[in-house]
Write a protein that binds this ligand. Sequence first.
Ligand SMILES: [Zn+2]
Length: 473
Amino acid sequence: MNTPDPLQSADSVKSTQVYILTSTQFRLSSYTHAERENLDTLESSSELIITIISSIAQEESKNLSANVSWGFTKRFSQGVVHMPTTYFLGYDRDEEDNIVINEAEAEVVRRIFRELLEGKGATLIAKGLMEDGILTARGNPTWTNDSVLKLLRNERYTGNAICQKTVTLDFLSHKRTKNNNHKPQYLVRNHHPAIISEETYNDVQKELARRYLMQHDPDLKYATQYSGKAPFSNMLFCGDCGRPVTRRRLTSKRNRAYFHFTAWQCRVASQRSKEDIECHSKYVWEEALEDGFVRLLYEMKGEIPKIIEDANKAIEIVSLTEEEVSRLKELEEKIEVVADQISELASRSSGRSNPVYEANLRHLVYEQEILMMEHESLSKNKDESLYLQRHLDELIEILDDLESDDFNAEIFKKIVERGTLYEDYRVEFMFKCGIMRNTSAARRTEEEKQAEIAMRDKTRLFRHKYLLEKASV
Ligand SMILES: [Zn+2]
């Protein structure tokens, strides 16, 4: 029989989640709800943690020798995480059972990540893989949208392993129950060799989340398919009703002859929405949209200092203050200390049920959770500011190298987060570095175009010293 904890009300701590961190490197993850759902599909790597805790806390384990339980703790603290590689594309095991990269397979993994960032959708990527006769990890020639997405969401390609969930333990009943997955999870870093950099991985998650939002509006009424074939797909919204702007092929008449052209128009205004709302926004020519974007790029190239200033304002909002930076560091140290204490406590357990021991453990776990929650919110802001900074650097580099007068879909996708189409052909672009800029998608005459292009020559030569200065810091 267990004695209820005299120090705390039993009700408030009926089940407590247990997180044990390695004493080496770790990072808290800050996942959105959707991302967490994806994590759910990953294999549980927490069997070891469960084993440790169970072996300590469960009464039937009291016969286990202290050696065994210490062994588990030690193995875990060295970052041993269960990771089968048989059906894991990109990884094998060597004779000594170390996880090693399978270069041929890793190339496929890199290709999938690269193609997504180049703007392809999962379906299109799957199609390409099948066309090239590439097999899945199970040797299957069929790739699906799902199998591509699952691969793209697998954090283990960064070399990290997720020590996740399922460890909910009711200390009073000694029953292990399923974690509802609403508590923070964390990673063991550098657990095995990386195939994908953390940066690329994070970009892909961000891109997947962005496409997800594009496809599912809050009321889930007007989902669109992400094809990635047209650069403006899922990037533009109607400034009037807020709905997605989609591509149309239209026919018109000039000098008594019919001709076709491509245009973009609000889904509702083009009457392709099942929703019972009204919108009368006009269509814009794709040509004019592209033209407007290139013109905007040259305008921006001419005012780089202002762009840096604006982006820095956006970065400042999410950046951590000096106090917050030191608090983050402090939290990391504290969490590590508590994690060590938990490990230490676990290794000293006799395996017998002991209320004092359980109260201590529960207290430490509780303390760790509080620290982790604060850590999570701070590191989320830190990640966001790094994201903006990275995209600012990229934008400046692109503007510096800008030479062509043609629209470049790759550049567009790299730097633009989304756009809004307003009345009178005004388009507002939100850039990935956090700044907003306007342009016009009104059609121009050939003379107007040529006159403006002639003015670009001076701007074209302009090189900003920003990146050089940055490199020398
Ligand atoms: Zn509209």
